[in-house]
Design a protein. Sequence first.
Length: 113
Amino acid sequence: QVQLVESGGGSVRAGGSLRLSCAGFASSLEINVMGWYRQPPGGQRAMVATITTGGLTNYADSVKGRFTISRDNAKNTVDLQMDNLKPEDTGVYYCYDYGMGTWGQGTQVTVSS
């Protein structure tokens, strides 16, 4: 089974930036949507951004204009650039491979005010 590995989490002050990376999605699928999800402390996991094989993107309203999802199909990576971070962006971020139904192990993002 394909294993997804996230990296790039950490702690940052409000207004700062972080870039998350996810490696290992199923490149063998002709059409494969990848996504980033976020689970805040004590909350439920929710979609942050998705991207299709062709590069079409979708974002949660709360991150539009601040986050950018991108992918490199040759390297099997999908990244999430997070700018102007807010304390409410704090949580564990997970990469998800829609084609394989596979989650990464998660990476912690903490934004302090």
